[in-house]
Each structure stands twice: as C-alpha cells, then as structure tokens.
Ligand binder design. Structure first.
Ligand code: KG4
Ligand code: ZN
Length: 347
C-alpha cells in the first residue's frame, strides 16, 4: 500500500515551486508544468514602502517568518500534501542572497526529508516561461522579460532553452518606473502608480529620449531617460532640492510621457529582435508586463507585422512561484536535477 502511494506520487506530475528572490514569499503547486492548482504570494510591499525600495535585511527576515505558512497554504489549496508531490523546484538565482537562501534551504530540507527530487530554477528564465502556462505557444519564440531587476530579450527554443539576445546597459525598465515614481512623489512600487497617473496625462507633452543602440544592434538603456525626467522636474539644476509632490507642475503629463518613452523602446526593440530572428510570437513577462499601455501598444504593433504578442495574467507577470514550479517540471523531465548542495547565487 505504502509503495503504491509512493509510486502514484512519483507520477502525479505535481511540482511544488518555491520563490523568495526579492520581496515576495511565494509557493505554488503546478501539475505537469501548466495546470496551476495553487499559487500563494505573500507580498512585503507594506514593509518596504516606507523606505521606497526593498531593504534586504527586512526581506530576509520576512521570508523566514512567512515561508513555511506560505508553503502549507499552497499545499492545502492544491488539495495535496508533501506526499503527493513528484518534485520540489526552487529559485536559486539571481536575487538578494539573504532572501534566496531562505527558499533554497527550505526546498533542500523538504526534498531531503521526503526523498524528493530537487530542481534549481533561474528566476529570469522562469519569468520568460510564465506566458507558456496560460497560452498554447509554439517554439521558438521571443521572450521579453521586463521586471524590477532585469530587462532582456531571449530567443527561447523550448520551455528551458534560452539564449539572450539583448539586455539593458544600466537600469531595468521596472527600476526606472520605481525611480521616476519616487521623483514624482508617488508610492512604491512605482509601476502601478505611474500607470494610474499616466491615464490622466498627455504622453506627447514631453519629448523624452528613446535609447537606440548604434548600428542597428539590440539593447536597452533607461538611465538617460531617467535623467531627462529629473531635468524636466528640477530645471537645469538637477542638484536642486526636489519640489513637494503636490507642487510638481504637470505631474500626470510627466508620468505619461515617461511611460510612453519606455513603451516605445520596449516595443521597437522587441519587434526588431523578432524580425531579425524570424520569430512569430513575442511573450512579454515580468512585473512591467502588467502595464496596460505596454500591453496595448505591443499587441497592436505585433499584429501590424502579422506577429502575436502574448502576456501572462498580471498575477503571473509579477513574482510568483507558479512559474518556478512550471518551468521546474520541464527541467525535471529533462533530468536537470540539483543536488542537496545547491547554492543560492546572487548574480
Ligand atoms: O517581476 P517583478 O515582480 O519583480 C522582479 O523580479 O523585479 O517586477 C517588479 C517591477 C517593479 O519595478 C514594478 O514597479 C513593476 O514591476 N511594475 C510595473 C507595473 N506593475 C509592476 N511597471 C509598470 N507598470 C505596471 N503596471
Ligand atoms: Zn521577478
């Protein structure tokens, strides 16, 4: 009897995913890489908001407090237990080292005591995979990952084979949203706040720069744009004290024009990459993929060229563990298992 239930767990197709790379403690149970049975995310936004950014020390402590309750809840919501799992997948890179360690240690301990296979997942590659859970996608495809820490284009030839084609030379798109939001006196995280304010502004009011690499190459840069917003705010004296948020003239126009510049660059580079690579599908993922204007513009621009743009639902764009469990299943199938000396890697 015991051996039969062990056998059925071994082919249940259920993978527990664990994610703790930044400021979300998350666990999820996904069947065969796509069927999301549960996805629990404990966000630390309220804890970090007073500091207008993630405080690594606070993040690590919060993950320690929340991890086991979040894992329990994911198992209960999925109607299973550790005994029903086929494997455990965990984000092991990149991220804040103290945060990653909490997830990695938890996954290793659970895998060890239950004798379950362990899979280490790369956070950015899992973001790229996220669109594949909710859409029928054919590979190869182009993945644009736009998050708080990364902005990159990948050629994806399978759910687990990715080759980077371009990345940002400086800030990530989400980081630019967060910094500009902070300049405008908006809350953290900045993306949703800018997106909301931009709805009442004119996206053509300020002619902010759009970065384009020389010689038709691919690549992103957002630091020049960020500085341009700073000059628009404070005049030529960027060292001047910041105006009080309510006294910033044309705040909505600034937000809308900034957003338009980011979206222009993301759309232009994605289409150029898709054309250069001969790819028909663009999967846009990561927290910034929640942005309504980006979704609208990318969808329309892709359709004009006969291409298809796909996005995960917003809750699978931002950090979550379903994408970890989902891609973890494919890594498991490919025999790419981790050993119990799996290490967390910051970069
Ligand atoms: O993927 P994610 O949850 O975490 C990282 O791996 O970084 O992305 C978080 C980022 C933040 O910078 C946040 O401001 C941005 O995604 N973001 C948005 C929107 N929602 C979240 N940016 C623009 N528009 C949004 N609606
Ligand atoms: Zn992320």
């Amino acid at each position: 009897m015991a051996s039969r239930s062990a056998e059925s767990a071994a082919c249940s197709g259920l993978v527990l995913g664990i994610e703790s790379s930044c400021d979300e403690t998350a666990a999820a149970v996904v069947r065969r890489g796509r069927e999301i049975l549960s996805s629990v995310v404990h966000s630390q936004i309220a804890e970090h908001a007073p500091f207008r950014g993630v405080v690594p020390e606070l993040a690590g402590r919060s993950h320690l407090r929340e991890m086991l309750p979040v894992v329990d809840e994911a198992l209960v919501r999925a109607g299973t237990s550790l005994d029903g799992l086929e494997a455990i997948a965990v984000t092991y890179r990149p991220g804040l080292i103290g945060s990653l360690l909490v997830g990695v240690s938890t996954a290793k301990a659970l895998a060890f005591v239950r004798g379950l296979p362990l899979v280490g997942v790369h956070h950015i590659e899992a973001h790229a995979y996220a669109a594949s859970m909710e859409h029928e996608l054919e590979y190869p495809l182009l993945a644009l990952v736009v998050s708080g820490g990364h902005t990159a284009l990948y050629r994806m030839s399978s759910p687990i084979e990715l080759e980077m084609r371009a990345e940002t030379r400086d800030d990530a798109a989400g980081e630019a949203f967060d910094k500009v939001a902070s300049m405008l006196g908006l809350g953290y995280p900045g993306g949703p706040a800018i997106s909301a304010l931009a709805r009442t502004g004119d996206g053509r009011a300020f002619a902010f720069p759009r970065y384009r690499p020389r010689g038709g190459e691919l690549g992103f840069s957002f630091s020049g744009l960020k500085t341009a917003v700073l000059y628009a705010l404070r005049g030529q004296d960027a060292g001047a004290p910041p105006p009080e948020p309510e006294q910033i003239p044309r705040r909505a126009d600034l937000a809308a024009s900034f957003q338009e510049a980011v979206v222009d660059v993301l759309v232009a580079q994605s289409l150029a990459a898709a054309r250069a690579e001969g790819l028909a599908t663009i999967a846009v993922t990561g927290g910034v993929a929640c942005n309504a204007r980006l979704r609208e513009r990318m969808t329309a621009a892709a359709a004009e060229l006969g291409l298809r743009a796909v996005f995960p639902s917003p809750s699978y764009c931002t950090d979550n563990a379903a994408m970890i469990a989902g891609q973890g299943w494919h890594l498991l199938r490919a025999g790419r298992l981790a050993s119990l000396d799996l290490d967390a890697v910051a970069r």
